[in-house]
Design a protein around this ligand. Structure first.
Ligand code: URA
Length: 429
């Protein structure tokens, strides 16, 4: 039991710019988890942390306290090395779907505890739940058994893992304190360290559709998380990747599953394939299997076999038809020229408003809703050609989705030269 403190003493210390002691941090995280520190007090502390920051020692201690609030998984019985990936969240970011079975097919086990989407970024579990029969909730024993037999598990984190984070994340979401780097880093890394993987690759998104809008802040977040992982004895690297433009050609649950299956079948959009292979190479290297070429394994069809096994093991039918939205609306290109910008935030908001995402925890999502774009930045488009197709079960949603897309793309004069932003902007670790 941590040494007792007083909530006001801890809040005032951080409000006045002090560095919190280990015992203050241990106490406040534990007391908040037990309901002794109230939500309004933790809100004030979270805002003080957002405004005044935390040093490396404070962040490491805060992370350890969040891990200690719950259980730690032990994957030492798994016969293969383990590697996990975490994305800080983006639009059209379906990479986990082809990546987990691909890395499993390379002989490295992927234990992936994922979340549901909130706001404009989609959640991996929502995407997989569009597959008929698939279930996200596994017991710890089922999780470990599937990891050993199939080599890949994507499921919901149980209530026992970092409960302090579950409470604090919900509070941050409604108090304007999500963006604090110490709180994001400790939130993500407490769950990833508690999950027990031997290595971790972080995909830190940068741009309009990401938490981190600029490269400097994304670099700071990535370095903070890599240091936390390494200090906890986990091989950890981060890639900084572009999220000014959405990934692939689809945003929405079943739409993204379909695109992921195309990648597993050897096709799919070039950017999705590039990022899947880059992250796979990092995961394999982190797990000591850098000798394996993930592109060759993808081409062999073995990753598709792992996908089918992974979906079936969780009750899903990988061959069943996926949900299709009842209504569609086409947005035509307003002029002829070169598409020079497609804004990730605008597309993400539109998909969310069409019903692909939820406004509050527990809201239902539509399996078939979302946005398909028919051109990517750099492509020539002709006036009147379909640029985007909106999908939803409820046509009254089109108006607000179209409002989100207003100003969300630029078409420049024909022949305009377009300098593509690289997809991978940096690497830390
Ligand atoms: N994802 C998390 O799990 N936590 C955060 O704070 C932000 C993104």
């Amino acid at each position: 039991m941590p040494e007792p403190h007083d909530a006001i003493e801890v809040i005032v210390a951080k409000r006045d710019g002090a560095v919190l002691s280990d015992s203050q941090i241990d106490w406040v995280v534990d007391a908040y988890t037990r309901g002794v520190v109230r939500d309004e007090q933790m809100s004030a502390l979270a805002m003080a942390i957002l405004l005044n920051g935390m040093d490396r020692r404070e962040i490491a201690r805060w992370t350890a306290a969040m891990i200690a609030s719950g259980e730690r998984m032990d994957l030492s019985s798994i016969s293969r090395p383990t590697a996990d990936k975490h994305s800080t969240g983006g639009v059209g970011d379906k990479i986990t779907l082809p990546l987990a079975p691909l890395v499993a097919a390379c002989g490295v086990a992927v234990p992936q505890l994922s979340g549901r989407g909130l706001g404009h970024t989609g959640g991996t579990l929502d995407k997989l739940e569009s597959i008929p029969g698939w279930r996200a909730d596994l017991t710890n024993a089922e999780f470990e058994a599937q990891l050993e037999s199939v080599g890949a598990v994507i499921c919901a984190a149980g209530a026992g893992l970092a409960p302090a984070d579950k409470k604090l994340y919900a509070l941050r979401d409604v108090t304007g304190t999500v963006e604090a780097i110490p709180l994001i880093a400790s939130s993500i890394m407490s769950k990833k360290i508690a999950e027990g993987s031997g290595s971790l690759v972080l995909d830190v998104k940068v741009g309009s559709g990401a938490f981190m809008k600029d490269l400097d802040r994304a670099t700071e977040l990535a370095s903070t998380m890599v240091a936390l992982g390494v200090d906890a004895g986990m091989h950890t690297v981060a890639l900084l990747t572009d999220m000014a433009t959405p990934l692939g050609l689809t945003a929405g649950n079943a739409l993204e599953v379909r695109e992921s299956v195309e990648v597993l079948a050897g096709g799919g959009p070039a950017d999705v394939v590039e990022l899947t292979l880059a992250l796979a190479a990092e995961m394999l290297a982190g797990a000591g299997r850098g000798d394996i070429d993930p592109a060759a394994v993808l081409a062999s069809g073995a990753a598709m076999d792992s996908w089918n096994a992974m979906i079936a093991a969780q009750g899903g039918d990988p061959h069943a038809p996926l949900p299709v939205a009842r209504e569609t609306h086409v947005v035509a290109a307003p002029s002829t020229g070169v598409l020079t910008r497609l804004d990730a935030m605008a597309v993400g908001l539109a998909a969310w408003r069409l019903g692909a995402g939820r406004a509050a925890l527990g809201d239902p999502v539509q399996g078939g809703a979302g946005v398909v774009w028919h051109a990517r930045p750099g492509d020539e488009v002709a006036e009147g050609q379909p640029l985007l197709t909106l999908h939803t079960d409820e046509s009254e949603r089109f108006e607000r989705a179209l409002a989100a897309l207003d100003g969300g793309f630029d078409i420049s004069a024909p022949g305009t030269s377009y300098a593509a932003t690289p997809l991978i902007l940096g690497r830390i670790g």
